[in-house]
Write a protein that binds this ligand. Structure first.
Ligand SMILES: Cc1cc2nc3c(=O)[nH]c(=O)nc-3n(C[C@H](O)[C@H](O)[C@H](O)COP(=O)(O)OP(=O)(O)OC[C@H]3O[C@@H](n4cnc5c(N)ncnc54)[C@H](O)[C@@H]3O)c2cc1C
Length: 400
């Protein structure tokens, strides 16, 4: 062990991973893939290590990763629908893919259980503080020390929010801030009703709730699909409101067809550039806490993969650790889009319709992955009317 705490009664590790969700487990996986880090002791700490299928991750990529065998379904076409608008786009060279949360958690946990250096602790974390040459994690029932602590635990509990009827922002001064909140159901129809190779990325033909709202429909086969009502707004809806919209959508689009609901998921993702993590020595924020979520879209899975690989690269090279994933240029575009959405300078339905109307899916995916060239960025931004985009861009520039 490189840096022991002064109090020898505290268990010590090289690394503590606080929060074993997407980011914590992705980082664990990447550490265990690095031969140079073999032998490092790791404690994984979470308030609930009994993982469930609590979310489905979708993302796009051009190649295959170590998680390809976990891909439940993939699509090479997407569609965008809005009132009097419908467009199908091929995604090549990208493929849009889906991984179920539980498959991902189980794969990484099983893989890690083969290593003697990984310890597991189910406990609620109360505080994480820097200490001499490391950091101390206080949990209900004790404390542990490590040279480096990686945490994905947000200062507020997302799941507690979802039971609330209405939710006021945790930090009213945070600007911009929207929740991307949603409820999804996997439905199984008796008859074939879906086109399995087309992912319906956004269908704006749903109640907009004075915000930006769309249905996301991912067919798993001709009879089954994940149907998710998604809204970008400042407050979260009551559970029944999502249910009513999904029921109305299914009966309008697939009239007189009977179906059963086989799974449900719900969530709320913060869309903001506010930094929830307070910088402290030897404590590194990852995942949603570590700003891995793309503020204008809520996508995070691929950014979390990049962040984990980048951290491990720095650990291997013994470099100072940076967890930054988004380029400043793309953060600027995110801020502009978020400003337009939050202040309703233009309806979300119109923004996304214009972007997909005038661009190839691949260009949009590159833009949303922060890998577009400056010329491609201009192409995307030119899809929006100048009288909307320019004042918003100016506002964001002046606020910086
Ligand atoms: C339902 C849902 C669907 C999503 N779908 C997509 C998608 O399709 N594509 C995409 O790119 N992104 C998606 N996201 C966004 C993002 O990828 C996920 O939110 C991702 O799980 C974030 O990873 P994380 O590790 O930061 O947080 P989490 O995965 O939420 O992990 C945090 C962990 O911390 C633990 N924890 C919390 N508080 C404490 C505490 N006090 N003590 C101990 N442990 C604690 C939790 O139990 C949890 O295991 C989705 C999010 C949700 C909620």
């Amino acid at each position: 062990m490189d840096n022991q705490p002064t109090d020898s009664s505290i268990s010590s590790y090289n690394y503590i991973i606080a929060g074993a969700g997407c980011a914590g487990l992705s980082l664990l996986y990447q550490i265990l893939q690095a031969p140079t880090l073999e032998g490092k002791t790791i404690l994984v700490l979470d308030q609930n290590l009994e993982k469930s299928n609590d979310r489905t991750w979708c993302f796009w990529e051009t190649e295959t990763s170590s998680f390809e065998h976990l891909v439940k379904n993939s699509w090479d076409k997407i569609s965008i629908l809005a009132p009097s608008f419908q467009k199908e786009l091929t995604t090549a060279p990208f493929t849009y893919k889906m991984i179920q949360g539980l498959d991902y958690y189980q794969f990484i946990i099983e893989n890690a259980k083969q290593s003697n250096n990984v310890s597991w602790l189910q406990a609620k974390v109360l505080q994480i503080e820097s200490s001499t040459n490391g950091a101390i994690v206080q949990y209900e029932g004790g404390q542990v020390y490590a040279s480096k602590v990686f945490t994905s635990i947000l200062p507020f509990q997302m799941h507690d929010l979802l039971s609330a009827q209405k939710y006021s922002l945790p930090h009213p001064n945070i600007q911009p801030f929207l929740w991307q909140h949603f409820k999804g159901k996997v439905v199984r129809f008796e008859k074939s009703v879906f086109k399995p190779n087309i992912a319906r990325l956004m269908d704006f033909n749903v109640p907009q709730k004075e915000a930006t709202a769309f249905m996301y429909l991912l067919p798993l086969n001709e009879k089954e699909a994940l149907v998710e009502y998604t809204i970008f707004s400042e407050t979260i809806l009551a559970n029944t409101e999502y249910d009513e919209v999904i029921a109305a959508y299914l009966s309008k689009n697939y009239p007189d067809q009977s179906f059963e609901i086989i799974h449900e998921e719900k969530g709320a993702i913060p869309m903001t550039q506010f930094d929830f993590a307070s910088p402290s020595e030897n404590i590194y924020a990852i995942g949603a806490l570590g700003a891995a979520i793309k503020a204008s879209t809520g996508y995070a899975f691929q950014f979390i993969q990049q962040q984990s690989k980048h951290i491990v690269h720095q650990l291997v090279k013994n470099k100072d650790i940076s967890t930054k994933v988004h380029t400043s240029r793309h953060q600027f575009y995110d801020a502009v889009l978020l400003y337009i959405l939050q202040h309703r300078k233009m309806q979300g339905a119109v923004i996304f319709k214009k972007i997909f109307e005038k661009n190839e899916a691949a260009t949009v995916f590159k833009f949303l992955s922060n890998t577009s060239t400056f010329w491609e960025d201009i192409q995307i931004m030119r899809s929006l009317p100048t009288n909307i985009f320019l004042p918003a861009a100016l506002h964001v520039l002046l606020r910086r």
